[in-house]
Design a protein. Structure first.
Length: 304
């Protein structure tokens, strides 16, 4: 096996260790420049009466076997040190150590997240569709979370316009949530990209969707919030986007809520009145946004 395969397998094996936090695994791998080296230190380290007889070789072999199975299903796996790992995600505190993808992984420097409520109004769906269509026709990648309501409308409008759309999901890529969106998820995997930070068989949980919102915010150059109540995941994403240094665009539709009015005066937030105003705001954001950088910040892994 080449070094890249071994390092990727070692990282997956590390992430499967029950007593090791993912953030700690990434930090240690970054510091040492080798996930394999960290795995050698971790295996057998547990303070127990009985020795841990697992071998690094067996853990690597198991991970490589999983890779083969995932690849056979059309599931790509990318570690944070891989050249084609989305560079923009390395900027965020919640950077996933690994990503599972179905579809075409490519630089998406011109990507905008369009999000909103699952219980969308008719007007909200119309706005989301109009915005996503306008962005797609400008060659902008439309990113959303494949949820009911606004997300579904944004994905469908981008596809209808012949544009690229990326679905960042809160389950594993073998799962379909909601189940009604299975055909849409399959179609996006064929012509766009379905992306997940969770193991391929992972079921939806209460925690997985805010985690998904963090990755969606990091992936996109900005977040557009169409509709979002006080407890909406889209509100969470707006907050995370500002923490990530990503601009947020709020529609007049969402300004009926207290949280949106409180956000409106924050640096990096733009309130758009109408689709054209929104698209102009997005154009200005993209003009100021640097293109996705090549692999940087991980020189130890650069030769992998």
């Amino acid at each position: 096996m080449d070094r890249a395969t071994v390092e990727r397998a070692a990282l997956v094996a590390l992430l499967r260790q029950p007593d090791l936090k993912w953030a700690d695994a990434v930090h240690d791998a970054q510091e040492s420049g080798s996930a394999l080296g960290v795995l050698h230190r971790v295996v057998g380290r547990a303070d127990t009466l009985l020795p841990d007889n697992r071998s690094v070789d067996s853990l690597i072999e198991a991970a490589v076997g999983d890779f083969a199975g995932w690849q056979a299903e059309g599931i790509a796996v990318r570690a944070f040190f891989d050249d084609d790992y989305p560079a923009q995600l390395r900027d965020i505190r919640e950077m996933p150590p690994v990503l599972f993808a179905r579809g075409e992984l490519r630089p998406d420097a011109r990507a905008i997240a369009v999000v909103g409520s699952r219980e969308a109004s008719v007007r909200g769906v119309e706005i989301a569709s109009s915005v996503a269509r306008s962005l797609a026709l400008r060659g902008v990648t439309v990113v959303s979370g494949l949820a009911r309501g606004i997300d579904t409308a944004a994905h469908q409008a981008a596809l209808t316009a012949g544009g690229r759309t990326v679905a960042v999901i809160g389950t594993g890529v073998r799962r379909y949530y909601p189940t009604v969106n299975r055909p849409l998820q399959e179609h996006i995997a064929e012509v766009g990209l379905v992306l997940s930070q969770f193991w391929p068989d992972a079921a939806p949980t209460k925690q997985s969707f805010p985690m998904r919102n963090a990755v969606m915010s990091g992936y996109a150059a900005a977040t557009v919030v169409i509709e979002a109540g006080e407890r909406s995941g889209a509100r969470i994403q707006a907050r995370l986007a500002l923490q990530h240094g990503r601009p947020v665009v709020l529609t007049s539709q969402v300004m009926q809520h207290d949280w949106a009015r409180a956000f409106a005066d924050r640096p990096g937030v733009h309130v758009a009145h109408g689709t054209m105003d929104l698209v102009e705001a997005v154009d200005a954001i993209l003009d100021r946004s640097p293109a996705a950088a090549e692999l940087e910040g991980f020189p130890e892994f650069a030769s992998i």
